[in-house]
Design a protein around this ligand. Structure first.
Ligand code: NAD
Length: 287
């Protein structure tokens, strides 16, 4: 199948991701259908000049059905749609939690795929104003994507990669991993660790300004520059940290980080956090 004759349905087309990916898919040569069930979100779809379709009808003859709906609804919505799909269709989710938890409806002749955007790298060499403005990715700043395919041959993988490269574009690389590896990347590596640390930085800035009384512009200038050089030193080895800085880093780790923090990489912890995220009692991962 050539890449120009796919039928793609976006379910949740008026949500945050639905609007982003629809904007890119709309410019492709594919036939794209937009489905949304919440009136304010429906209005966002039509305001962009996109026509709404009935979800069951649109999905039934689609090659790829993108489920851009909240993760907690993925089990219920996939149970409604998967029985209707034509053999060989792909159900594409945007986050690995539901796939890892085993809550997605399955059929032997339907392929489940998941693709998550990496967002533009902090080390991306941006040259234009549009690239600097595109912090999330999918507009002007290039990003990588990490994807997993639960079943299907190279042709299915190529079809998914074509769609993923359009909806998250501009895309540099698509990295293919297992569903479990994708679940370790998100939530564990990027949400549990990286996003949590970003919140800690925000709270530390607040304390510095509002409790200690340091002028906010001075605190922000110091923090934002040091975040940049610290990431470059730690993740790319750009410069060595000074001896005094290493002592302060040890003090921070002893005071802030629990000794057993690496248990977040245990399977039982991954299961537990994903069950919390999906608001279910327990996950049923395929190990
Ligand atoms: N928001 C992000 O930054 C982000 C980033 C990467 C991946 N994701 C993933 O993208 C997916 C969507 O997240 P979001 O943040 O865009 O959610 P959202 O809540 O912003 O949007 C979801 C949309 O789905 C619609 N919807 C719900 N049930 C529906 C149904 N039965 N039929 C049609 N439409 C329905 C809702 O009305 C809503 O407009 C999730 O899997 C999420 O993990 C989100």
């Amino acid at each position: 199948m050539s890449t120009s004759d796919l039928v793609i349905t976006v379910v949740g087309a008026g949500g945050k991701m639905g609007l982003r990916i629809s904007a890119n898919l709309q410019r492709s040569g594919h036939t794209v259908r937009y489905c949304e069930n919440h009136p304010p979100a429906q209005a966002r779809v039509t305001a962009e000049g996109r026509e709404l379709s009935d979800t069951a009808t649109a999905a039934a003859d689609s090659d790829v059905v993108v489920l851009a709906v909240p993760d907690v609804l993925l089990g219920e919505i996939s149970a409604q749609l998967v029985p209707l799909l034509k053999p060989g269709a792909v159900v594409l989710t945007l986050d690995p939690a539901a796939a890892y938890a085993g809550v997605l409806a399955r059929r032997d002749d339907i392929h489940l795929a998941c693709a998550h955007p990496c967002h533009p790298s902090v080390f991306l060499e941006r040259t234009t104003g549009e690239e600097y403005a595109d912090t999330f990715g999918g507009v002007a700043a290039a990003q990588d994507v990490v994807a997993a395919l639960e079943s299907g041959d190279d042709a299915v993988r190529a079809r998914v990669e074509d769609v993923v490269r359009i909806m998250y574009g501009p895309v540099l690389d698509v990295h293919w991993v297992t569903v479990k590896q994708l679940a370790v990347l998100e939530p564990t590596l990027v949400e549990t660790v990286a996003c949590m640390i970003s919140g800690l930085l925000r709270d530390a800035l607040h304390e510095t300004v509002h409790t200690v009384g340091v002028p906010e512009p001075a605190a922000k200038a110091m923090l934002f520059g040091h975040i940049q050089v610290a990431l470059s030193n730690s993740l790319r080895g750009s410069n060595p940290f000074s001896e005094a800085c290493l002592i302060a880093m040890d003090y921070g780790r002893e005071t802030i980080v629990r000794d057993d923090w690496k248990r977040i990489f245990d399977d039982a912890e991954l299961d537990s956090v994903i069950a919390r995220m999906l608001r279910i009692d327990a996950v049923r991962p395929a190990r």
